[in-house]
Design a protein around this ligand. Structure first.
Ligand SMILES: Cc1cc2nc3c(=O)[nH]c(=O)nc-3n(C[C@H](O)[C@H](O)[C@H](O)COP(=O)(O)O)c2cc1C
Length: 477
């Protein structure tokens, strides 16, 4: 099915005229194609009952986070529908990129190596409507969790331009609504957006930025890649889409935003105006107290005429986990491949909060390579804590297979490496004084360990072949 057909199908399912928002003959660059595909596959739950954005929308998304995408048509106090739970596993992410799960990693890596610059267009769908007052009050922003201190925009992709170099950046950060024009933005100090906002503050001005909701999932995935400062994620998004991202200039600043997105907020980050945040949920499923975030102000909102508000259920919920984990895994693989040419697939597992635990596959590892891979991962991304190295025959995304390798191929006194006092990400659950101990498991085979070898105890392949035939005939009966 073509993108325009899918979008028309989705529109018909939600009561819009077919083609109402679809320019025929070009790829849709919103979430609408994916929503249509999910609807076709019976994986989109449409809720018509009125839902309260205070806790109830969060509870609805939490209950369905790893099974169903959701579109809630009536949110109390708003005329805008909300949707969420799209990229909740590797199958869905593969679907968004148009590839099998097994090739997601190579696809992301190729997008970093061969980026495609965006193209600027006029008459953007995301600028069909334009509002200049009280813009945050126009959105159905949910309050998610019991101990948090306000409603959060959780699916906001932040787009900004480095005030020194003019180079672009896209990433995610949370916004806690403080008033119809003000929010707290919570950005880790080492993230590029935080660096840019501090640069602007040093120059004596706030940083202009845009918050994009509902861009194509490939654009959202690109925004989560760990690139160098100055490498623009929007160019990787173009490679992932197989065509340039169509961008349009914001109405009040020069920032270029995806033209097919649902909603864009235009505003400023004031890095010199700290605000206490209170408890906030993290990917590990608990609360963190980060102290202060900084002020963000908003004076403009543009949107589609039939805009939908995107929500990513935060905390330890599937979309939040996978949207972060898959790009981190690809970024680690890029780092590893520079010095370990026989590195295979790299997984950042859901059971490790989608951030803390990495499994690295190495084909025929040579002595010392497992520990080298551990050192590279710890050095590359501060959030990585527990690392397991496996052989080619172990799928690093298969947690049971990885546990089996650890239980059968490892000698703890030889194959476990604990390094104390490494720098910890501030989100690290066991962080103390900015540090944490990290552990590496070398679960690769050492042939000399077992006189019986490591062959799997299984029937011969010829018998399997015969029995596959028997099974096919029995099932066909
Ligand atoms: C759904 C989601 C929400 C996120 N929220 C935040 C956040 O609130 N603050 C933050 O600093 N990073 C957050 N992140 C992580 C950053 O977006 C991510 O690390 C990004 O790659 C940083 O961009 P940079 O590499 O350009 O610095 C979030 C990631 C995801 C997937």
């Amino acid at each position: 099915m073509s993108a325009s057909q899918s979008s028309a199908l989705y529109n018909s399912k939600i009561g819009l005229a077919a083609g109402a928002d679809v320019a025929v003959g070009r790829q849709d660059q919103s979430c609408r194609t994916m929503l249509a595909q999910l609807a076709e596959q019976g994986e989109l739950l449409i809720v018509d009952e009125e839902i309260d954005p205070v806790f109830d929308l969060s509870a609805l998304l939490s209950l369905t986070h790893d099974t169903m995408a959701v579109r809630a048509n009536r949110i109390k106090g708003s005329d805008m529908p909300a949707f969420g739970n799209l990229l909740s596993d590797r199958k869905r992410i593969g679907m968004a990129l148009g590839v099998e799960p097994a090739t997601i990693q190579d696809t992301l890596l190729a997008s970093v190596k061969r980026p495609v610059p965006p193209v600027v267009v006029e008459n953007a769908l995301v600028q069909q409507l334009d509002f200049a007052d009280g813009v945050l009050a126009r959105l159905p922003v949910p309050t998610f969790f019991a101990k948090e201190t306000g409603p959060y925009i959780s699916a906001g992709m932040m787009v900004a331009v480095d005030p020194e170099t003019g180079l672009g950046n896209a990433s995610y950060a949370r916004l806690k609504i403080l008033s119809p024009t003000e929010a707290l933005i919570g950005i880790a100090p080492n993230h590029h957006l935080a660096i840019m906002a501090r640069k602007a503050a040093t120059m004596g001005k706030p940083l202009p930025f845009a918050v994009v909701l509902g861009a194509h999932p490939a654009i959202q995935l690109a925004a989560c890649l760990y690139l160098g400062l100055g490498d623009d994620e929007m160019h990787c998004a173009g490679a992932l889409l197989g065509e340039p991202v169509r961008v349009t200039k914001c109405l009040s600043n020069d920032i270029l935003v995806p033209a097919d997105a649902e909603i864009v907020l235009e505003g400023f980050i004031h890095a010199d105006k700290p605000i206490e945040e209170g408890y906030v949920s993290e990917y590990h499923g608990m609360y963190e107290d980060y102290g202060v975030g900084v002020l963000a102000t908003f004076h403009r909102m543009t949107r589609r005429s039939d805009a939908m508000f995107q929500v990513i259920e935060p905390g330890y919920h599937a979309e939040h986990i996978y949207l972060g984990a898959i790009p981190i895994a690809a970024s680690l693989k890029a780092q590893l491949a520079r010095s370990i040419l026989n590195v295979g697939e790299v997984a950042v597992t859901a059971s490790g909060s989608g951030r803390n635990n990495v499994v690295v596959q190495i084909h025929n590892p040579r002595p010392g390579q497992a520990r080298r891979a551990m050192a590279i991962c710890w050095g590359a991304v501060s959030i990585i804590k527990n690392i397991t190295i496996v052989d080619s025959d172990v799928d690093p995304w298969d947690t049971e297979a990885v546990e089996l390798a650890k239980s059968t191929r490892m000698r703890a006194e030889r194959d476990v490496l604990v390094v104390t006092d490494l720098p910890a990400d501030r989100s690290e659950p066991q962080e103390a004084g900015g540090m944490v101990a990290k552990i590496g498991y070398d679960a690769t085979i050492r042939p000399a360990d077992r006189k019986e070898g490591f062959d799997k105890a299984l029937p011969p392949e010829k018998s399997y072949e015969r029995m596959r035939g028997v099974l096919a005939r029995a099932r066909g009966r």
